[in-house]
Design a binder for this molecule. Structure first.
Ligand code: C2E
Ligand code: MG
Ligand code: MG
Ligand code: MG
Length: 278
């Protein structure tokens, strides 16, 4: 408000909209260069089999190692990458590098490990998405079933028909598909019948106080049962405590992911913690 009284430039940069646009242009420019300057890094978070406590796979989570700002979370730059379309080359880079990393793990004897990669709905608008995925699988020599694609319901509903068709093509390829942040979207349960998916990932907001909060407990319990009855796999996200772990095991949730086991970490660190002799 005080800005409006002083200076004359306020006519040009008055609305929040313009401020935001300017900020976005600066960020967009830096992000564009980040890919060239190799400032993007992939962290991996283990996915744990709740019965054996072994790591069965890892989710690839993007980070921007900015020279002055430090490590920037994807929640701050993915939305801009989606708006500008930069998510297309960035997403391709993530997929290629996650598959390359997975090949390393397979070659070192961890031949059943999977890698989960988050895809933006924006990437499903690209005509060459399927051929891009195919060629990365061929180049890295990864069998399709070891690649798991994560997509949120809300991403699917931005462009339902186009996205659904591409999801079906990915399934035909043999790639697995997980519905991320499940339970937080605006869609009805009926769509689960028609969606070509393999896994539901229970959103981590439902893990909060799961032992005391009857509602969160009921929702989590219901999603686990729903998955079982539909023949889908289920992963609990955001598992932070022993209590949550006990609850989920009692409900027979098969896979877990969260700070209780590990935060997302660099591939080298993950190998040291979880893979012997690497
Ligand atoms: P997501 O796919 O739902 O990933 C899970 C997020 O929860 C990650 O945040 C992870 O660090 C965090 N998390 C995991 N365990 C715990 C826990 O126990 N407690 C808490 N409080 N948080 C936990 P992150 O890495 O900041 O990623 C945020 C979101 O950014 C992701 O949510 C995903 O939607 C998006 N994202 C990340 N990498 C990519 C990417 O390569 N492409 C696209 N399109 N989106 C990405
Ligand atoms: Mg995810
Ligand atoms: Mg999630
Ligand atoms: Mg999320």
């Amino acid at each position: 408000k005080s800005k409006e009284k002083s200076g004359t430039y306020h006519h040009f940069f008055r609305s929040e909209m313009n401020d935001r646009n300017l900020e976005n242009i600066i960020l967009e420019n830096a992000l564009y260069k980040a890919l060239e300057k190799e400032e993007l890094v992939i962290y991996y978070q283990p996915q744990i089999d709740s019965r054996t406590k072994e790591m069965i796979g890892a989710e690839a989570l993007l980070r921007w190692n900015h020279p002055t700002e430090g490590m920037i979370s994807p929640i701050h730059f993915i939305p801009i990458a989606e708006e500008t379309g930069l998510i297309v080359p960035i997403g391709k880079w993530v997929l290629a590098n996650a598959c390359k990393q997975l090949k390393q793990w397979h070659m070192r004897g961890y031949s059943n490990m999977t890698v989960s990669v988050n895809l933006s709905g924006r990437q499903f608008e690209e005509d060459d998405l399927i051929s891009m995925v195919k060629s990365i699988l061929v180049e890295t020599d990864i069998a399709p079933e070891f690649l798991h694609i994560e997509l949120t319901e809300n991403q699917i509903f931005k462009n339902t028909e186009v996205t659904l068709e591409k999801m079906r093509e990915l399934k035909r390829l043999g790639v697995k598909i997980a519905l991320d942040d499940f339970g937080t979207g605006y869609s009805s349960l009926g769509y689960l019948k028609n969606f070509p998916i393999d896994t539901l990932k229970i959103d981590r907001s439902f893990m909060l106080d799961i032992v005391k909060d009857k509602d969160n407990a009921a929702i989590t319990d219901t999603i686990i049962t729903l998955s079982r009855n539909l023949g889908l796999n289920v992963i609990a996200e955001g598992v932070e405590t022993e209590e949550q772990l006990a609850f989920l095991r009692a409900k027979q949730c098969s896979i877990m992911q969260g700070y209780y086991f590990s935060k997302p970490i660099e591939a080298g660190e993950l190998a040291k913690k979880y893979l012997n002799h690497l």
